[in-house]
Write a protein that binds this ligand. Sequence first.
Ligand SMILES: [Fe+2]
Length: 318
Amino acid sequence: MKSAESGRHFCTARFLSQVLQGSGLIVRLDACYVTISVYYHVCMSVPRIVKLLQITDPHLHADPNTELYGVKTELSCRAVVERAFGDPDWRPDAVLVTGDAVEDCSRAGYERFKSIFEPLDVPILCLPGNHDSPDLMSEMLDTGRFSFCGFRDFERWRLIMLNSHVPGSPGGVLSDSELHRLDRTLQDSGDRFVLVAVHHQPVPIGSSWLDGFGLRNGFELLSVVGRYSQSRVVVWGHVHQVLDQQHGDLRMLCTPSTCAQFTPLTETCVMDTRPPGFRRLTLEANGDINTEVRWLDDYVVAERPPDSRIGEESTDAM
Ligand SMILES: [Fe+2]
């Protein structure tokens, strides 16, 4: 009985198959499958552009109401994130945070940081600034969507995050092991283009007081990066202002803070009246870079004196 039933099913299937083949439907379905399959594989193998959002120097505190230069840093950081993610036509693939995430090195400060960035549905790539605690960052920000230093590949791009933190110093240095890691990671990058991120400025920026607190061995960074033709750009934070320069084949980019800014090209610390900001980077599959800084022009910064000179103690808050 069972065998007769299977036989009937087999005959019915063969009959249907003959009818469909006769009508050309199976052939058409096969052709359609092949077309879709080829289209899928071609699309998947064509590298996409990478949209990277750089956010820097939020200077958060354990107490969310704490101010830096008259700016409530958590409020302004939240406003920047909201603005940066509020444009449906420019959705970042990742966020790069180039240091000074937390001003007071507190565990509660890093919890505040996580509460802002955790809800974002993209990787959050972090590196330490002079104010940060690399130990706490490595413990709290190298899990889930957060990563600490190391490198990360996106399409045709490799992003390398460096640690230039020197305990107790506002300036930075890349240790021999960090330079060696950079060299090795560049060597292994294959045909990917490379973006290098660090907190401190690797070149003088024309403000003597800030240039005293830059990356002491920036020339070594540039020497390693310059050995590899796929190196395209170095980005940093720390100096709370915009800079966009060409250094040979390398693009050199600095991004304003999510809180207060410093006036460029000054001998001493002069606060800028510019509002919080962030940078968009569009990394093309052919190695080109399109970038722009966005300012929160309508952000009201209360109680911050415009262009006020403040003393040497201000280097504590860089
Ligand atoms: Fe800094």
